[in-house]
Ligand binder design. Structure first.
Ligand SMILES: Cc1cc2nc3c(=O)[nH]c(=O)nc-3n(C[C@H](O)[C@H](O)[C@H](O)COP(=O)(O)OP(=O)(O)OC[C@H]3O[C@@H](n4cnc5c(N)ncnc54)[C@H](O)[C@@H]3O)c2cc1C
Length: 383
């Protein structure tokens, strides 16, 4: 599959499976297993995996385009897909001692039969996912892990979880290790419901680990190398992907707003809203300017990830911080422009508005990213 085919496939799945169900799934807080099945059958679950593992061998440019396309139809599904791609990327980068055990899982992903996700955030350290409170304990054949994971996208639906925990002998707060846990691991359970304001259909529930036994060949990183994998493997793709989710939401907001301005009418004036009110046209134009600015920023980040230089990490941090604000701003403008019709949920715009608020609070949060950017500009250590 090449870039164009992958984007066309994402568009086809979005219009056939996501668009017809997004509103109802949001209302019911229902995870879209149909969407995951369609993504698997369409060859999209192994988008970044090498071809010899059944993947598409594609890169960040296609990833961003596919995620934005899915998010335009249903941001919950886009986030499920994004977290799966991150779990897969972490497994692909596994240390040699885990490579053999993980290869069967990667082949399943390439064949579209396996959904994964990340379980990093913990109840105690909250959005500071780089500092898990749980600590793995050695048991002779691997480790035991007990942890309270606070939000895990696709909880109860994924076939596996990539889990962080402090290394048994770690001495500092970021001395974590990453592990692969199949969903059926004894002691692993979904520990509560997911009833979010937005992304209601992505099952981001808490997950509890009680003395979960993890064999040594399921240890994905070297001891204490989890933090490095978070920064080098997960963070660039996560920030790119969440920026792409924001872009998809913004595009949907512009389209829904333009459609409303063309179709809703002041019948006593014989004009549509758009024909009648220059102020609404100006606000719509402002939305479009922000969306195109975000798209350009994402293209720039993709260029950086394809050809990294010393400014790439700054772009990685900036992109998600900016995208979170743009998504909230553009969808807020859509709510205001479309007035009572949007407020009373006639247009689907309020789902975009609610979904848009998740990006800024998903870690690293927009505030934390600004803190990192400010510190790095001043030459201060980030952690
Ligand atoms: C829809 C959704 C899906 C999620 N999916 C996953 C997942 O799949 N896997 C996973 O591991 N986690 C996931 N999370 C968790 C997420 O990444 C964050 O950990 C979580 O949203 C943090 O919420 P909190 O209340 O603990 O934030 P808190 O840490 O309590 O933060 C509260 C406020 O303080 C600010 N703040 C915190 N630290 C600083 C700082 N140093 N400087 C400035 N401001 C700061 C924050 O920006 C925020 O505004 C998900 C969250 C959501 C909402």
């Amino acid at each position: 599959m090449d870039h164009e085919t992958a984007v066309l496939k994402a568009q086809e799945i979005a219009s056939r499976v996501l668009v017809p169900n997004a509103g109802d799934n949001d209302k019911a807080g229902r995870f879209s297993s149909d969407a995951v099945t369609a993504l698997g059958e369409g060859g999209m679950l192994g988008l970044l995996l090498p071809v010899d593992l059944g993947g598409c061998g594609l890169g960040p440019r296609t990833f961003a385009a596919v995620v934005a396309t899915l998010a335009e139809a249903d941001a919950s599904v886009a986030m499920v897909y994004l977290m799966h791609i991150l779990g897969t990327a972490t497994m692909s980068a596994a240390r040699p001692g885990a490579a053999q055990a993980v290869e069967a899982v990667l082949l399943d992903i390439g064949a579209g039969r396996h959904l994964s996700t990340l379980a990093f955030s913990e109840a105690g350290s909250r959005s500071h996912f780089w500092a898990p409170l749980s600590r793995a304990r050695r048991n002779g054949h691997g480790v035991f892990i007990s942890a309270r994971k606070s939000w895990v996208t696709s909880a109860g639906h994924a076939q596996s979880y990539v889990v962080s925990s402090l290394a048994p002998e770690g001495t500092g707060p970021t001395d974590s290790t990453l592990y692969f846990l199949p969903a059926e691991t004894p002691g692993l359970s979904v520990a509560g419901p997911w009833d979010g304001l937005g992304l209601r259909a992505n099952a981001s529930a808490p997950v509890s680990l009680e003395d979960c036994q993890v064999p040594s060949d399921h240890q994905l990183t070297d001891d204490c190398a989890g933090f490095q994998a978070m920064l080098e493997v997960v963070l660039p793709l996560f920030n790119l992907g969440t920026s792409a989710v924001a872009l998809g939401l913004c595009r949907a907001a512009v389209a829904a707003t333009a459609s409303h301005l063309k179709t809703a009418r002041f019948e006593h004036l014989g004009q549509s809203l758009g024909e009648s009110l220059p102020t609404l046209r100006a606000q719509l134009a402002g939305m479009q300017i922000d969306v195109d600015g975000l798209a350009a920023r994402i293209d720039d980040l993709v260029d950086h990830l394809e050809l990294p230089d010393e400014t790439t990490m700054l772009r990685v941090l900036e992109s998600k911080a900016a995208a979170g604000d743009v998504a909230i701003g553009v969808t807020s403008a859509a709510m205001r422009i479309c007035g009572g019709a949007a407020f009373s949920r006639h247009l689907g715009i309020e789902r975009l508005f609610r979904d848009a608020h998740a990006g800024a609070v998903m870690a690293p949060t927009g505030d934390v990213l600004r803190e990192f950017i400010g510190k790095s500009l001043l030459g201060m250590p980030l952690f």
